[in-house]
Ligand binder design. Sequence first.
Ligand code: KIV
Ligand code: ZN
Length: 532
Amino acid sequence: MSEQRAPGETVQREEHDRVRIFDTTLRDGEQSPGISLNRQEKLEIAHQLARLGVDVIEAGFPITSPGDFESVQAIAREVEGPVICGLARTSKQDIDAAWEAVRDSERPRIHTFIATSDIHIERKLQTTREDVKGQVRAAVAHARSYTDDVEFSPEDGSRSDVQYMAEVIQIALEEGASTINVPDTVGYTMPSEYAAMFTRLYELVPGLRDVVVSVHCHNDLGLAIANSLAGVQAGCRQVECAVNGIGERAGNASLEEIVMLLRTREPALGLWTGIDTTEIARTSRLVSRLTGYPVQPNKAIVGRNAFAHEAGIHQDGVLKERRTYEIMDATTVGLKSNAIVLGKHSGRHALRAALEEMGFKVDGQALNAAFKRFKEIADRKKQVTAMDLEALVTDELRGDDVAAFGLVDFEIGAASDRPPIARVQVRVEDGAIKLGESSGDGTLDAIFRAINAATGVDAALREFHVDAVTEGQDALGEVSVVAEVDGQTGAGQGVSTDTIEAAARAYVRALSVARARAQAGGQAIGLPEPAA
Ligand code: KIV
Ligand code: ZN
């Protein structure tokens, strides 16, 4: 307990103890199955990451699709503060695409990678160790011809022969890489092994002491945070991580966990980050809403129960002295800030001011749309809280204008002795409004069938989940849906005081994403084949 920070206590901080937070929510996170963010959604997340104070935003993998390229470019042009980074394999085309996408940022970075483990070199790349060395030399030199800020990653580093990997890293340094990231790509390593690997690399490559060395850990064995911690204790000063721990397979080290670990145990570790922790909860909610990946209730830091106390003995202890059972204060991560901000009679200016205070810049058409939604909700709810506004604005910003379909209106007709009948109006691609009508096995089934009829898409419901944004009977409901079209799935969310309306919005969005994936033959988030 003596290490726990007392209220108001400050700690002496040195620059060489600062751990940079490299956020890869929009790149590795976006590679999670079922996630497909559009440009507007990625921009919204990137702005929030900048508010959170991350050092680097890995905004995407520009060569993979025109959509990804445009999103990275938009983030590079609009988002100020963090370094904006684009991922590239070692081919010239990849590096050119990454550079084109990030070049308009004030602080652009190219991140190039190639595997150094024998299994990847022989089986995946079907080449030789010598060839990989040549590719690294050419790739880093080419990236450096564009920018001084070049990161190199030996993929599957933790399963690579450390002596060989050291030679590859030496080449990257000779060509001018300024960050070396050694990933545990498959989440296989253990903390003691990962730390020993870095200790050995520092011995074999003394030049590593002059650059930033980075960790990137996957969570296949649940060790992503433990391994990241082992890496920073061994001298690394950049952690690659993702909000809510999303990412390939079991995900990446979760940003909120590593940040709060470093902060809570700062007196013991002597390490710190530049993150504004009070933005953590909101960032987590935004990413969860836009990706459709719910946060498990018992998730560390941002789970619904992370600061809840069920057992009487715990409640009693916390009431007497919070620190008996809490090692962090919920307000430090931005939880429990649910002040009432607006009432039924609040006008457009008040809404705009409240949103600005919360960090949302909403003007013109977007303000009109947000105001309309606010009035609808204020008519139904007694009090509109900051959490309500946040949910509502996120819902409005979801970018239905770029999706294929948008819900315009719906009604349910129910006679007591007959199944309910739903009628919907849906905006389709050419802007026309199509009507759909269907009965169903319950109200939700009727509405989903009516949406299928209006869009002409034969979608099937795969997952359905309702959450309350705030407490109380008049709470805003948040519905998450996964729909499937021709074997491809898509996620969508909707927010309203009326659960049926929220479900209808969510279903139309999920159907749009799943249909787009089906049309792209399931390749929307896949990688093109490596260039010959
Ligand atoms: O897991 C991994 O190895 C990666 C690299 C591209 C850094 O994501
Ligand atoms: Zn990864």
